[in-house]
Design a binder for this molecule. Structure first.
Ligand SMILES: Nc1nc2c(c(=O)[nH]1)N(C=O)[C@@H](CNc1ccc(C(=O)N[C@@H](CCC(=O)O)C(=O)O)cc1)CN2
Ligand SMILES: Nc1nc2c(ncn2[C@@H]2O[C@H](COP(=O)(O)OP(=O)(O)OP(=O)(O)O)[C@@H](O)[C@H]2O)c(=O)[nH]1
Ligand SMILES: [Mg+2]
Length: 442
């Protein structure tokens, strides 16, 4: 008898207690599980009210049961779902009943999706899209993730792979059939033309990759400036919660504090940093070092300062906006208005001027991301593999004079790289790392 995969189960819905909890079960023993707990098999793909009962322990809950017979399910295996009351003890009682059945075990994070991948329901870029969809915080992130889940990159990559394979087949056919071991130019020239146009297409796709990676990860905006300028106060106001400690003592913030904002659908990671000064305290010195490093790696720095000052902001190429804070005090202390004009004047305490700053940040994000709708390459993994593909295609074109075997070999490298993007080759090493990131129950 062939070895059966274990049947897995997990809570697929959010943290209990909740109104309803969904427990998913996937694997060959699903029909048996349903008969045992519901007393019968529900109609396929039909929500059915059942009293869940475990032999020997009595009723567990009144619940809705669903059966998706293989292969027409999310995982491609037999799948059962129990939609039960979302109390901790209810879920625990169902888990206890499932645990007692031989051949069942709790699912690892991402294991349902991994089975969907292994059964050909999803390619790897679609599985990544699914993970991104679950973690999407903003509407634009959701739209990008859904496009990936629906195969926007996957289908494109399949077609690239098929075309490179065709070009290689042309060349290899020529090698096999020619007497001298050289492909006639009638075969080689069209194959190379196809390679060149494919390369251009992949390069164009790659050009938009920085934006879509940022759309996944969030645009990095660092608040920097001298101690006590009100950086943490501004962060808290923008985050609408007390994420950072504020105090009248200079040198309050030492660690980097990050909050995630949804600015009109654009994801922005706002970073609060230690006030920059020559600190003597070694802990503060480390804070200042980290603050500089983060500000230099950011996409935008908000340089916050009280009144006008000539403090030299950071060196480097990061765009920097000068923001003068504490304008609520200006009247009282008669702050001078000399010096370089700040782009923004705000009070982080009263909120004055903050709306204009936020509007400008939305404008910055919108310029940064552009339309962004067609961006395909949302992860470093995609970018690296497509860059390898382009490089191999380029070498194939450049080395056409050096022999057909060499061209064919470069095309093979390109096919391999696209295959890895789709998860068709070399999968074990990457699968573990990708699926580990998923939630349990997915
Ligand atoms: N209750 C519930 N809701 C859910 C899911 C789930 O598993 N359970 N999903 C989990 O991710 C998502 C929906 N994804 C799904 C993907 C495929 C199939 C499915 O049955 N596919 C079959 C039949 C397709 C059809 O009839 O058109 C198939 O692919 O053969 C079901 C859900 C989101 N909502
Ligand atoms: N009046 C007034 N006080 C402010 C304003 N913004 C911040 N403060 C006060 O300034 C002091 C320092 O604020 P923080 O937000 O801790 O300053 P910081 O820049 O984070 O300071 P470090 O973390 O030490 O670098 C606190 O007492 C705040 O209440 C403002 O707009 N107006
Ligand atoms: Mg601070």
């Amino acid at each position: 008898m062939p070895l059966q995969p274990p049947t897995i189960y997990a809570l697929a819905s959010g943290r209990p207690p909740a109104a309803i909890a969904i427990v998913r079960v996937s694997g060959p023993q699903v029909p048996q599980v349903l008969e045992r707990l519901c007393g019968r098999l529900p109609q396929p793909r039909t929500a059915t009210l059942v009293t869940l009962t475990s032999p020997g322990t009595g009723p567990i809950d009144q619940a809705v049961a669903l059966w998706f017979p293989a292969p027409h399910s999310a995982t491609g295996e037999d799948v059962a779902e129990f939609q039960l009351h979302g109390g901790r003890a209810v879920i625990a009682a169902l888990f206890a009943a499932l645990e007692k059945i031989d051949g069942l075990r709790p699912a690892e994070p991402g294991e349902f999706t991994r089975r969907a991948f292994e059964n050909g329901k999803l390619d790897l870029t679609e599985a990544e899209g699914l993970d991104d969809l679950i973690h999407a915080d903003t509407d634009r992130q959701r739209r990008q993730a859904l496009r990936h889940l629906q195969g926007l990159l996957g289908h494109r990559a399949e077609s690239w792979r098929a075309q490179i394979i065709e070009a290689m087949a042309l060349i290899e056919a020529g090698i096999d059939f020619s007497d001298e071991g050289d492909v006639s130019t009638e075969l080689m020239a069209p194959a190379l033309a196809r390679v060149a146009s494919l390369r251009t297409e992949i390069e164009e796709t790659l050009a938009a990759s920085a934006q879509s990676e940022r759309l996944r990860e969030g645009l990095q905006v660092a608040i920097a400036g001298p101690p006590n300028a009100g950086k943490s106060t501004l962060l808290n106001r923008l985050a609408r919660r007390e994420a950072a400690i504020v105090s009248p003592h200079a040198g309050t913030t030492r660690d980097i504090i990050e909050v995630h904002l949804d600015l009109d659908g654009y994801p922005v990671t706002l970073i609060d940093t230690a006030g920059l000064r020559d600190a003597s305290d070694p802990v503060e010195q480390e804070g200042v070092r980290r603050a500089r490093a983060r500000a230099e790696a950011a996409d935008l720095v908000l340089w916050l300062d009280e009144a006008e000052s000539n403090a030299t902001p950071l060196a480097g190429e990061v765009p920097l906006w000068r923001v003068r804070n504490k304008i609520d005090l200006a009247g009282k202390v008669g702050a001078s208005t000399g010096g370089s004009d700040p782009a923004f004047a705000i009070s982080a305490v009263t909120g004055e001027g903050v709306d204009q700053l936020v509007a400008a940040l939305v404008g910055f994000a919108s310029d940064y991301f552009g339309g962004g709708e067609a961006a395909l390459v949302s992860r470093a993994r995609h970018r690296v593999l497509l860059t390898e593909t382009v490089a191999a295609l380029k070498r194939a074109e450049d080395r056409a004079g050096q022999g057909d075997e060499i061209v064919a070999e470069e095309l093979r490298i390109a096919i391999h790289a696209v295959g890895r993007l789709l998860g068709r080759v070399d999968v074990e090493e990457i699968l573990d790392s990708i699926f580990r990131e998923f939630c349990i129950g997915k």
